[in-house]
Unconditional design. Structure first.
Length: 683
């Protein structure tokens, strides 16, 4: 029987429609993606099919990534790409390149090259004085230096306050002495540092005359520029493979400093300074340290959504192609897999959640960039705490949904999803690590309940838009809306009531548990997810409202996505305790389920193909044998997998003689046993 025909919905190049432009964040971002796609897909060094990454050694994969990084640097310099253009080009390689740290960073620094580039550059821009920036930013922009960000230590990640690396001011030489006093103070997981970086922004405790002034940032040279060899007193090791063979292009490093001297001029001095005589000048804004982490989390909030959507797109294309079983005995042909409720009920909510992560994440990033641009002029940092709270919740929320969602997509593709060429293994390996950026989500997520508790106690929730719902909780029990049928669950006021009601009960339980002295480190995670459900629901709703006035051609599609998102976070909560916090009567539970299932079916039947086409992930971007534009999944798996395996055919013939000999072992063993028996009989 002939294989089914090609999936003509898989584009070779990005498709330009008003809906596509909206989903990708506007005309500028869409055009940038299209230009980058053209550049990379036509350049052999960035080919995703000429080399099968899972089949080559980790070191060889990193070397390939290093050359790709060099090529991107060349393109950036020759084409005059902006930093944003460069970062997005790195992400499209899908290879976690070593140049990435030159622009952003977090605790477990295993972000992509693009993110590292932004982390490093962001810290130079936000934390250096104007005089320092005039010297160092041009060097970084020209890639005269390769940067990283060294915060995490072997013994401390989330607990940044207790980092052990020290920077002691030497008044005689006008230098800081960077030292790692213990094994646990070794900087660890530092991206692009095992082999690549020449300079690192080191987070260390500032000591002056024995007084600890807390953590500060020090631009520290760790390798010679002319030879790439280590600087005196710097000890660096590359960490080896990560779980699931993830992030092959990232050379995470372990750094130990043995009294390494750094000029006073290289302490990042926009906020705090040390004068020549050792006088310490306190920062005017005590919240300035929020900046770096907010930048990282804001990026992560959107990027993780794209990671999930790419997995959903691969799963969609494959399950739309794959046929399996018949729904009834009279059916002439097998049923397309995506038509089964067991697939739709898993896949469609993930599409809606990925959309929410992207659209709301874009808004958070846009809002923070606009806010900080104004802050540089006005010095107003009053809303930094709110952005901090938004992005902490977004980090936990987006990484939880994405990592579990990618694995759900793999499973929905059946056995073929387990093949490395499906791409799901790489996707999961590169998203699962985000669950521990800055530390376990159960750890950093505690910041949200702490803020809730603090502002509720102080009656200051009005100062933070993210906590505005606390005012309604304070007002006490309000009458519940009428919910008689599934139609009622489509009303915004009903959805808002349910989300706020759930939150109110969880906040009250948290207050009581805290007052009783209970360890809330586990239950905090559920509260953070419930808080983020409401924040993302409100953000998605606010994006939808102006569209309802403008009435674009894609209004029905984006509305369908919002409905599935809204009902799925209510019907399928992230934790059992979240369902317990919204104790609905059985009839309302049934109507909620009916509304959810109807919304999923409506999207699957009337809008799914149009939405997938609007996202328009190309064959190059998906990089999966299950979603090729030029061949069917079966052809790709057979040709690229089985026939091209490094172990197929005569490629293992050097072992054939051993295998043949192994099959004769039994004869020799039996003969030896018989001979031994004969000898014993004679005795």
């Amino acid at each position: 029987m002939a294989s089914p025909s090609l999936d003509r919905n898989i584009p070779v190049n990005p498709i330009d429609t008003p809906f596509s432009v909206f989903l990708w964040g506007g005309r500028v971002k869409f055009d940038r993606r299209r230009d980058i796609h053209q550049e990379l897909s036509s350049n052999p060094i960035f080919s995703k099919t000429s080399v099968v990454l899972p089949s080559i050694a980790r070191k060889d994969a990193w070397i390939r990534a290093a050359y790709q990084a060099r090529e991107l640097i060349r393109l950036k310099l020759e084409r005059g790409w902006s930093h944003t253009h460069f970062r997005e080009a790195i992400r499209m390689t899908d290879n976690m390149l070593p140049v990435q740290p030159q622009q952003v960073s977090v605790r477990h620094i295993m972000l992509t090259l693009a993110d590292f580039f932004r982390i490093f550059m962001s810290n130079l821009d936000r934390q250096m004085s104007d005089e320092q920036k005039a010297i160092w930013i041009p060097k970084a922009e020209r890639f005269e230096i390769f940067g990283s960000y060294a915060q995490t230590e072997l013994g401390h990640g989330s607990n940044v306050r207790d980092l052990e690396t020290t920077a002691t001011f030497d008044k005689q030489t006008d230098e800081f002495v960077i030292d790692s006093p213990t094994l646990s103070s070794t900087k660890y997981w530092i991206g692009a540092t095992g082999v690549w970086a020449t300079h690192s922004i080191v987070v260390a405790k500032l000591l002056i005359d024995g007084k600890n002034h807390g953590n500060h940032l020090f631009l520290t040279q760790i390798r010679e520029l002319d030879t790439q060899r280590l600087m005196p007193g710097v000890e660096i090791y590359e960490l080896g493979p990560k779980a699931f063979q993830g992030m092959l292009g990232t050379d995470n490093g372990a750094l130990t400093f043995h009294n390494v001297r750094v000029p006073r001029s290289q302490m990042l001095a926009r906020n705090a300074q040390v004068l020549r005589d050792g006088t310490y000048i306190d920062p005017k804004n005590q919240k300035h340290s929020y900046g770096s982490m907010i930048t990282v989390r804001a990026i992560m909030a959107e990027i993780t959504g794209w990671d999930l959507l790419k997995a959903v797109a691969v799963c969609y294309h494959y399950t739309r192609y794959r046929k399996q079983f018949r729904k009834d005995k009279n059916q002439q042909i097998e049923t397309t897999v995506i038509d089964y409720a067991s697939v739709k009920q898993r896949l469609i909510p993930l599409l809606a959640k990925g959309t929410a992560l992207v659209l709301v994440g874009q808004n958070v990033t846009r809002g923070y960039d606009e806010y900080t641009a104004n802050n540089l002029k006005t010095g107003d940092f009053s809303q930094l705490e709110d952005f901090h709270l938004q992005t902490v919740g977004a980090k936990v929320y987006s990484t939880e949904i994405t990592s579990h969602g990618v694995e759900t997509c793999r499973i929905a593709c059946g056995g073929h999803g387990y093949h490395a060429l499906s791409g799901f293994g790489r996707m999961y390996a590169n998203t699962a690590n985000a669950l521990t950026y800055e530390g376990d989500n159960y750890v950093i997520g505690q910041q949200v309940p702490r803020a809730i508790l603090k502002h509720y106690k102080n009656k200051t929730e009005g100062s933070l838009p993210s906590l505005s719902y606390l005012a309604k909780i304070r007002q006490g029990e309000s009458s519940s809306p009428t919910i008689d049928s599934e139609i009622d669950w489509l009303k915004l006021e009903v959805q808002q009531w349910a989300l706020e009601k759930r939150l109110a009960n969880m906040v009250q339980a948290h207050i009581e548990d805290t007052a009783a002295g209970k360890d809330t480190s586990y239950t905090c995670h559920a509260l953070t997810m419930a808080h983020s459900d409401f924040v993302y629901w409100r953000g998605f709703r606010d994006l939808l409202q102006p569209l309802q006035q403008e009435k674009p051609a894609f209004l029905d599609q984006i509305t369908a996505l919002f409905r599935v998102f809204s009902l799925s976070i209510l019907h399928n909560p992230h934790h059992p305790s979240m369902a317990q916090a919204l104790p609905l009567p059985y009839t309302q539970q049934r109507s909620l389920r009916a509304a959810h299932d109807a919304a999923v079916e409506d999207l699957a039947t009337n809008h799914l193909t149009g939405i997938i086409e609007a996202y328009g992930f190309t064959s190059y971007e998906m990089d999966s044998a299950l979603a090729r534009a030029d061949r069917t999944p079966y052809e790709a798996l057979f040709e690229e997998g089985a026939k091209s395996s490094e172990m197929s055919g005569d490629k293992m013939k050097h072992l054939f003689e051993m295998m043949v000999d192994t099959r004769q072992l039994w004869k020799r063993i039996e003969a030896a046993k018989a001979q031994k028996g004969d000898m014993q009989a004679k005795l």
